[in-house]
Design a protein around this ligand. Sequence first.
Ligand SMILES: Nc1nc2c(ncn2[C@@H]2O[C@H](COP(=O)(O)OP(=O)(O)OP(=O)(O)O)[C@@H](O)[C@H]2O)c(=O)[nH]1
Ligand SMILES: [Mg+2]
Length: 468
Amino acid sequence: MEVPPQKASAALDADTIAAVATPHGRGGIGIIRVSGSSADRICRTVTHTETPAHREVRTATFHDMEGHPIDAGLVVFFEGPRSFTGEDVLELHGHGGAVVIDMVLAATLSAGARQARPGEFSERAFLNGKLDLTQAEAVADLIDGATQAAVRSAMRSLRGEFSERIDVLAESLRELRAYVEAAIDFPEDEVDFLGDGTVLRRLNELQQQLCDVADAARQGTMLTEGVTVVLAGAPNVGKSSLLNRLAGEERAIVTAVPGTTRDVLNADLELDGIPVRLIDTAGLHASNDPVEQEGIRRAEAEIAKSDLLLMIADATQPGSAGLIGVAEAVAGDEGTRILHVRNKIDLTSEPASEPTDPTDPTDATEEVVRISALTGAGIPALRARLTQALGLKSQDEGVFSARRRHLDALTAAAGELKEAIDAFERVGAGELLAEDLRRAHDLLGEITGRVSPDELLGDIFGRFCIGK
Ligand SMILES: Nc1nc2c(ncn2[C@@H]2O[C@H](COP(=O)(O)OP(=O)(O)OP(=O)(O)O)[C@@H](O)[C@H]2O)c(=O)[nH]1
Ligand SMILES: [Mg+2]
């Protein structure tokens, strides 16, 4: 998808940049990438031959500034604007040794390039209109993708699926703004114009579309950023045993002594393609021991940051104590979802929970999941309930990668629309409506980078790896 070039920005320097594009270390091949108007001259200086034609591959020897050969490999040249950055781009494919590749990079720097900042190639691609902002972010998310589903969704965003949905929304908003602003410009007709129900109907339609895209973006955020699930409960209920069971390895120490876990400990796993960080915590109970008190304080801090709280109870023990109520209150304040689990059912006559079919409405899900961390009974049901509680949909439904920043902008835009609808229903004034719509429109523009404050760009591209 070609996008129009972005506004000129201080972030776009006219100079030529270079960086190692392959990982640091030992490998068969190491690639140096150079972008900018001097790429052609640098190519001739380093290879002592003519620059290849656009997309042509040639063999060459790479030389340092004294003319000594350093390495031999392939040279590829992309003539701007038909390149990743939109500028002339040179790639030198040499041998992948840490020292030799640094020597080739040094040769390009001596020949007139400067070391690229992290993300600077992608930033130039964005500023030159080769990618929009969500696509540039998708490049980084593809590289960082922790699961196959995360990679596939990043690829969908890179191909522009997410941007397209935002563009469709932005276009509907733009049309509605034009309609409302036309009404304001002809005050004698304003009442008829705005009062015939069309505006309200379109506002409500837009609100619905915005919520649909926000829902999809929420899924994408989980894929890109992963989710955290905290295991909490009274001492000795089997939190660490459950962490080990779900992680499939003995990560945490388990003993019959209450108060075994004192610090926060985590394990990473995959749940239906979503990267999940499981966090084991110290047992919650009233304690005078300063170490335990600190452990409990940390447990509460983790709960506040988590996406889901698994409250574990011991099926052989009577009801929970006061501190567990505190944990639930912490979760409640932060809007963290809570799933209740009864563990150690192997010691009771309770049956283990069975996985329910989320598509079957008669298949009512129970409030509490009954499991045994020791025998593994009920664990498939727990995994299914976790997926459900996190609101994960099937990954086959074309989920695209997204980030918290996109979700925040969509939520804020939905807020502006809601305000617009409320105010319009109350007073029916065109001016207020136009202002709310303009703000919602700008928020959508920030997602794809049609409207992009410089500090936002610095923040986004600064997190990329060097050479991308
Ligand atoms: N029978 C049975 N024993 C269990 C089960 N889960 C855990 N246990 C036992 O319960 C004891 C405590 O288990 P842990 O996993 O250390 O419990 P915890 O909640 O992490 O305890 P603290 O870290 O001390 O708060 C150990 O002896 C486990 O073997 C279970 O499902 N069935
Ligand atoms: Mg423990």
